[in-house]
Design a protein around this ligand. Structure first.
Ligand code: NI
Length: 226
């Protein structure tokens, strides 16, 4: 499932994030990629332990926590510590690759990358190019969202970031190990959750919505690992 989620960060939070990130000590992005990915990766990344990275990732994590669409779509069990990358100048693209299936946090904890997430921190008018191109069973999609918005996509997909030919594309990215490993099952649960929300908004609660809510939770109980 490919899903755009608005307003992870407010305009004020994006401004604050950018002020910190634009002044931060960026380094070569290849340091953190697997072998295949490192050969096609040409961007900059922020050291995970610098002040700017700590402050902005806390802000992003708070933003995710208050966004019910993210929680419903990703059903997170673990979230890999959010990272930051920048595409500009000669470090301006990242060719086709698949992300490593397992990532290790600084504490040595393993996170299975079921869901990939990018939170855009540059507005589309600030740069040319830089589309996130995602190729999967749903076909090929090119994604470029307003600052503060996020895209979720399956960790299994081949993806790339096209060259940035003007300006800078700054983004936060991370992976989610979901309570529900299967993308298809997550999709069913998400669709059901959204449809139930609409039904309740339009008609209020009824015996049918109570039964369907029970079905949602009983499916989640069958499929989830906690
Ligand atoms: Ni990637």
């Amino acid at each position: 499932m490919l899903l755009a989620i608005p307003d992870i960060l407010s305009a004020a939070e994006v401004r604050q994030a950018r002020a910190l990130l634009d002044a931060a000590p960026w380094g070569d992005g290849r340091a953190s990629a697997g072998d295949q990915a490192a050969r096609v990766k040409h961007n900059e990344q922020l050291p995970h332990d610098c002040e700017a990275a700590r402050t902005v990732r806390d802000s992003v994590l708070r933003g995710l926590d208050r966004q019910p669409l993210f929680l419903s779509a990703a059903l997170p069990r673990k979230i890999f510590t959010p990272r930051f990358n920048r595409y500009s100048g000669t470090a301006n693209h990242y060719g086709d690759h698949v992300d490593n299936a397992i990532r290790f946090t600084e504490g040595g904890q393993r996170v299975r990358t079921d869901v990939s997430c990018t939170v855009f921190l540059s507005d589309p008018h600030e740069y040319d190019g830089g589309e996130l191109v995602i190729r999967d069973t749903f076909g090929t999609q090119q994604i470029k969202l307003p600052a503060g918005h996020a895209v979720l996509y399956p960790g299994t997909s081949v993806h790339q970031v096209l060259p940035v030919t003007r300006g800078a594309r700054v983004a936060c990215f991370f992976w989610v190990e979901s309570m529900v490993r299967s993308d298809e099952q997550r999709r069913l649960l998400y669709d059901m959750d959204m449809a139930l929300m609409q039904l309740r908004q339009q008609h209020g609660d009824s015996p049918a919505t109570t039964t369907l809510t029970g079905t949602y939770h009983n499916l989640l109980r069958q499929w989830a690992d906690t």
